[in-house]
Write a protein that binds this ligand. Sequence first.
Ligand code: CU
Ligand code: ZN
Length: 192
Amino acid sequence: MRPILLLLLILILSACQNESQTTRGVDMYNSSGDMVGTADLTEQPDGVQIKLKLEGLTPGFHGIHVHEYPKCEGPEFTSAGNHFNPEGKEHGLMHPKGAHLGDLPNIEADGAGLVEAELMLAGATLMEGKNSLLQGEGTSLIVHDGQDDGVTQPSGNSGVRILCGEIKTEPETTSSESPTDPTDFNEKQEEE
Ligand SMILES: [Cu+2]
Ligand SMILES: [Zn+2]
């Protein structure tokens, strides 16, 4: 086979392989544990696109960030850790030494408390690498009660965490571990 054809084949194969890792669905929960919306993440050439649909928010602006652990334990959601910050920057899209990779522009809930928004997390990825939202066990998406001012440390003075969604490596599946070998059990019983 000609080298150019081989190269083409490799490119096509790797494109197919990446397909399954380029999207991720995230369920968003409030502090009472009710599911109040979704975030659909899609890999793009320059980052990760987040399509957000939420309900039940206070009308007005809310801070939203990717946080460092995929752990949404209500009602405080402190289990999600700090902002996702693999490059060691300061907080805030308007900070001269910013921003955290997980920093996003504020979202606005309408008069009925609904949000429908498309956000772009520039520089992030769902593939491998230090900027991957799926590194380790994953990360999380958090919405705050207040507006992110874009400069105040460590979270833009955006108030308490009100919604949380886990961005995880794999959807949870039931354990497929095989039960203990029954002969082991019999032997143990006989010894007693
Ligand atoms: Cu946050
Ligand atoms: Zn931040």
